[in-house]
Design a protein around this ligand. Sequence first.
Ligand code: GLP
Length: 245
Amino acid sequence: MRIIKTKNYDEMSRKAANIFFSQIVFKENSVLGLATGSSVLGLYNNLIDGFKIGDLDFSNVITVNLDEYVGLDSENDQSYRYYMNKNLFDHINIKKENTHLPDGLAEDAEAECAKYNKMIEDFGGIDIQLLGLGHNGHIGFNEPDETFIKETHVVTLDESTIKANSRFFADEKDVPRKAMTMGIQNIMQAKKIILCVSGEQKREILKKVMFGEITPKIPGSILQLHPDLTVVADEDALGGAEKFI
Ligand code: GLP
């Protein structure tokens, strides 16, 4: 595990973006595993700036996102497809057909998940996977569970996740109860993983994820076993935990 400790959110975003810069420069047809949420927003802004000043070319880049809510269409401003278009894809020269998220409106969600797994496999896997961290230790929407679920699957969201994500919705009851998410194996098979964590409210869970017991009850803890994990986190989130290493 490599730890990049930053002073604040902006520095975290810039330093994590630097890793993506070099990935795209070294491999122009990289398969990027992308995430949503507030932790990765600053990184996306840096990628957009990199494109605007001519340092980054996304014309051959492929993206696969971690997850999507079940039941929200791409025009719904709370869907992850909408988030990705608004916060990244609409501002860079990526081909929309090269950007992938599970289809939240698929009639057969299980079949959609199987299709998603096959697609990732056909791309030859993910070169670099970006992750945020849920307050309960979830990655993507892999919620605390009795076992690790390997592949893309339909998940019933935790009450704590519904609460945490309700800040983006008009009302808590509007938050979808189900989502589709890449599984732990999909994530762990990525060649590199970048985990971005910011803020004191994530300090406890980040410490458990990085140094605690490896257990499906804290899904992110499995990342300790990844051969190329980089945690990019600010001082508030690390709170001295990096000294454990
Ligand atoms: C959502 C997403 C996760 C994300 C998490 C943390 O639940 N499904 O992929 O990591 O939120 O979000 P934030 O970065 O806003 O704290």
